[in-house]
Design a protein around this ligand. Sequence first.
Ligand SMILES: NC(=O)c1ccc[n+]([C@@H]2O[C@H](COP(=O)([O-])OP(=O)(O)OC[C@H]3O[C@@H](n4cnc5c(N)ncnc54)[C@H](O)[C@@H]3O)[C@@H](O)[C@H]2O)c1
Ligand SMILES: O=C(O)[C@H](O)COP(=O)(O)O
Length: 528
Amino acid sequence: MPKVLISDKLSAAAIEIFRSRGIETDVKTGLSPAELRAIIGDYDGLAIRSATKVTKELLEAAPNLKVVGRAGIGVDNVDIKAATSHGVVVMNTPFGNAITTAEHAIAMMFALARQLPEASASTRAGKWEKNRFMGVELTAKTLGIIGCGNIGSIVADRAVGLKMKVLAYDPFLSEKRAVELGVEKAELPELFARADFITLHTPLVEGTRNIINAAAIATMKPGVRIINCARGGLVDEAALLEGLQSGKVAGAALDVFEVEPATENPLFALENVVCTPHLGAATAEAQENVALQVAEQMSDYLLTGAVANAINVPAISAEDAPRVRPYMELARRLGEFAGQLTQARDGVITHVTIEYEGAVSQLNHKPLTAAALAGLMAPMITGANMVNAPVLARERGIEVAETVHDRVSEYQTLIRLTIATKTNTRSVAGTLFAGSRPRLVEIKGIPVEADFGRHMLYVTNQDKPGFIGRFGATLSDAGINIATFHLGRAAAGGDAICLVSLDEPMPEAVLDVVRALPLVVQATSLTF
Ligand SMILES: NC(=O)c1ccc[n+]([C@@H]2O[C@H](COP(=O)([O-])OP(=O)(O)OC[C@H]3O[C@@H](n4cnc5c(N)ncnc54)[C@H](O)[C@@H]3O)[C@@H](O)[C@H]2O)c1
Ligand SMILES: O=C(O)[C@H](O)COP(=O)(O)O
């Protein structure tokens, strides 16, 4: 029988489920990384919350581990890449604590508006400072929600109920969904300029890190109040401190911090800061939900092989796996390519078309479409994966179409992904070399031949003399080594593309120099 270790504090409901399904279960919380490494080899499953760090080192010490179950949403404490390469399924419970976390954000907004923690401390100290605590009403105030997914949507619903005007910024929020929620879609600058309260509900990814920084704060309304119950790192804490000290920001409520556990932080010294120790999901109801769900999912997987809410596992039968897997990898990378470009340019995706041509048209294309959608949304949505990507796309009003042709074009097998936003349509196509190696063969209809490198730079430019020399010199002046270099163009003197693979991530400052070069239309740094 499989053995599961629960290494973080989970509701007892989880233990009951595991044991009722015949799974031997140990509970050992508060272990040091070394202590955990010493015992993990005995277990088939590991059930965690956010305290246990599932690192590459831990996975290397876990030859029997088959599944990591996160009783909660964020999986930033799990090295997903390492888990995947170790064949370990990572699952989370994407909905179980969403209401509770949304309620925490609303509670934080009230606490800020009426200075409840300070007023409580003062009253308990016997001071009766009735004139000290003058609050603000929420009714008719504008709430700006950044990230309107599961939790952001619930916050929106509650805020509408409080008679607030709600603005939402989320590249994946469709007009239709915004209307359903009763919110106004806004771009970030507009949200910053109009909101009295700003609340964050995005994952922490490269596009959202420090989304609230000094430049953003400078464009906000004087007296704005900021709430973060999503992830530390979304708010630049130094910039927030300055904003609070200058009075530009009237208050901040933080459940999450750049460094956790947060036992020391300069923000703690300010009386207009309300803090909680990552309590967003801390209600009896939410903890029971996530514990039950994670235990059911892990038991199903360990006992029957069924997969639900997996972050890293394609739903596919063992029989088809050898042929389908390389195509899934190709489809996912094409999606990642398009998704990173879309995120960089803030387009709301309305349509996705996936064409399967030649040999690939003989395979079941559903998992391939799911892989392409998962890649497309991964830069934007926490836990987007093959299992949930089609549902996420539907929920966001994205229309997905698949076309299958058995004809063979220039390539014997080809997948083409076309993404339409309100303002733009872009396509990208790839094939498999040697039956297993994903290769890009077309971008925007322009032929190109490139492997997917870990760090890439995608530049569009005018096809005129001078670009390649200046571009190469810019990278060489910055000491950046080019691993591979690929060019393509629509026609002589017309639109051209340049795809470069680098040995290291492209520094933002050098990217800005590239963007400013003559003939460059745009430059985007990509990671695979
Ligand atoms: N404090 C807590 O205890 C607690 C509890 C649960 C979840 N969380 C965190 O809350 C956050 C939201 O969770 P969720 O379940 O709602 O996730 P979700 O994936 O359902 O929603 C995230 C939303 O952010 C949007 N988004 C992505 N990039 C964006 C960008 N650059 N700008 C604006 N929006 C962007 C996505 O389109 C998506 O709609 C996550 O960071 C999660 O880890 C915290
Ligand atoms: O991502 C989540 O689900 C929350 O951050 C909750 O984390 P916790 O389970 O450690 O409270």
